[in-house]
Design a protein around this ligand. Structure first.
Ligand SMILES: Cc1cc2nc3c(=O)[nH]c(=O)nc-3n(C[C@H](O)[C@H](O)[C@H](O)COP(=O)(O)OP(=O)(O)OC[C@H]3O[C@@H](n4cnc5c(N)ncnc54)[C@H](O)[C@@H]3O)c2cc1C
Length: 491
């Protein structure tokens, strides 16, 4: 008899875990509360425009490819990947524009344009690469979770190499001199929704993920990834139930025994939760206050205002990925991550997928997704819908000031998600968009472990467990969680 695994949630983490466990021979069933596969990897279509509602930057596609290779297939037979140039275009209030390129010669030109010594950029990237290689070997590839596992893999003598006594910004400042380069490289922290002034220096490894392994787009939009994974699930015989919210995980002593969906109990040998750790312990397992209090160091990452705009014109100055920087990025980070208020002058991420892909907007029109990072929901002092709408206006005014003239006059389609919408859609902790925050002082950027500390046959996958948020990381987590299940279940 094959052992039975029930997976709660069909986000990328849940799908990667389900696929990997099915490849190991388990009988896997997924229950997803929404009507689509992919969780935050999501799509919105309106009036001839197609928006990636969640992720828009694909990095480390080799991690996704592993899921297919294990079934003797190739990722590129399912989706068409395209490397983007430039990676990002960065706009500053004084009119400076800086592009990021992985090719050293092109990057050197950009560095000179803003008065930065190109050698410093390459030295910074070499530092980033050392950090990445260190972290990748154990934390990513081995799926390390506990201090014991870290000690065993790395040994004490390697800890100084993690640059533990600096913040991410401290690491950037050591190498780069101009505020343009500093702001741009600090903003790699966007990938995990945290603050460069509070994240540990080893988060500078994020630059290598992009500079060494490139930045990718999927033709037709990133949501195509969900379709590719669905084909693999079908091939492996994984059962998927959509519109099926799990309302409880049942437990007996130190084991979980199954889950409840629509009032019906489903027995399981093993449960894998793609619902985040804190909401799952709180709402599905009803754990005690003391236990939940211990989890509070796994504070949520930021949330976001997701604004999709279909325009009746194109702004040719935009690249595919763009950042419009705050005039004082320290204040931006401080407002979002320390004061938990809406930043008066935010750094804004803007995707114009229509720059690369003619299928996502009518001819001659731009399709924009605008995403400023904003605080997660403070339930004691929640912001109102009017607060979010006033902030939206402030974002549009800033974009108009920084070159998107008359932007508001050219909007023909508008769709907006606020943090309460995001929480309601994905049941993420306080509307978080990347899971747990990376904070040197709160958790040293570690997330919760993949195996429950209370119930050994309960596992977690996704942005709230190691190694954390971002598409490739949650997929890697799914692969590693399956290895943990096998190691525990078939010792
Ligand atoms: C606006 C936005 C922009 C982003 N940009 C990028 C980017 O450019 N690049 C990048 O790599 N990452 C990006 N991310 C982050 C990335 O999307 C996430 O880290 C990743 O997709 C999360 O996957 P997950 O499996 O952890 O969780 P989720 O995608 O949240 O999946 C969890 C699933 O569980 C379901 N669920 C929860 N509770 C229950 C329940 N009780 N019963 C049944 N189902 C349940 C939810 O409905 C959901 O489908 C972005 C995220 C957002 C929101």
């Amino acid at each position: 008899m094959r052992r039975k695994v029930l997976v709660i949630g069909a986000g990328l983490g849940g799908l990667a875990a389900a696929i990997s466990l099915a490849q190991e021979g388990y009988a896997v069933t997924i229950f997803e509360k929404n009507a689509h596969l992919g969780g935050k990897l999501n799509l919105h279509r309106e009036g001839g425009y197609t928006f990636d509602l969640g992720p828009s930057i694909l990095t480390l596609p080799y991690v996704f490819a592993r899921l297919f290779e294990r079934s003797g297939k190739k990722l590129e037979d399912f989706i068409a990947l395209r490397a983007l140039r430039p990676h990002w275009r960065n706009f500053f209030e004084d009119g400076t524009v800086l592009d990021l390129y992985p090719e050293p010669e092109r990057m050197a030109e950009e560095a000179r344009k803003v008065g930065e010594d190109p050698r410093r950029v390459q030295q910074f990237l070499a530092y980033s690469a050392r950090l990445f290689d260190l972290i990748n070997a154990g934390y990513f590839e081995q799926g390390l979770d506990t201090s014991g596992e870290f000690g065993k893999f790395y040994g004490l003598w390697k800890f100084p190499q993690f640059d533990l006594f600096r913040t991410m910004h401290g690491g950037v400042k050591r190498y780069l001199r101009t505020r343009y380069m500093r702001d741009a490289f600090d903003y790699f922290i966007k990938y995990v929704g945290s603050s460069a002034y509070r994240a540990p220096a080893f988060m500078n490894s994020l630059a290598t993920i992009q500079f060494r392994y490139d930045l990718w787009y999927v033709d037709g939009g990133l949501y195509k990834i969900a379709g590719a994974l669905q084909a693999l699930l079908e091939e492996l015989g994984v059962q998927v139930f959509l519109n099926s919210e799990v309302t409880a995980i049942s437990k007996e002593a130190s084991r979980v025994t199954g889950i409840t969906v629509g009032g019906r109990f489903h027995a399981a040998d093993i449960v894998v939760s793609n619902m985040e750790v804190i909401p799952a312990y709180e709402n599905l397992l009803a754990e005690d206050e003391k236990f939940l209090q211990d989890l509070s160091r796994f504070e949520p990452s930021c949330s976001g205002l997701v604004l999709d705009l279909g325009l009746d014109i194109q702004y040719p100055q935009l690249a595919h990925h763009n950042f419009f920087f705050s005039n004082n990025q320290r204040e931006h980070f401080d407002a979002v991550f320390r004061q938990h208020r809406l930043p008066p002058d935010p750094t804004i991420y803007l995707v114009a997928a229509s720059r690369t892909d003619p299928t996502v907007a009518p001819p001659g029109c731009d399709c924009l997704k605008i995403l400023p990072h904003i605080p997660y929901i403070d339930d004691a002092h929640p912001l109102t819908h009017d607060d979010y709408m006033a902030f939206k206006e402030c974002v549009l005014v800033k974009l108009e000031r920084m070159g998107l003239r008359d932007l508001r006059k050219h909007v023909v389609v508008e769709h907006c998600l606020t943090p309460p919408d995001i929480r309601q859609m994905y049941y993420s902790n306080k509307g978080s968009i990347y899971g747990v925050v990376a904070d040197r002082f709160k958790n040293l950027a570690f997330k919760a472990p993949k195996q429950s500390t209370r119930y050994p046959n309960l596992f977690f996958v996704g942005g709230s467990v190691n190694p954390g948020g971002g598409m490739p990381m949650v997929v890697l987590c799914g692969i590693n969680v399956a290895r943990k299940v096998v190691a525990w279940d078939q010792p």
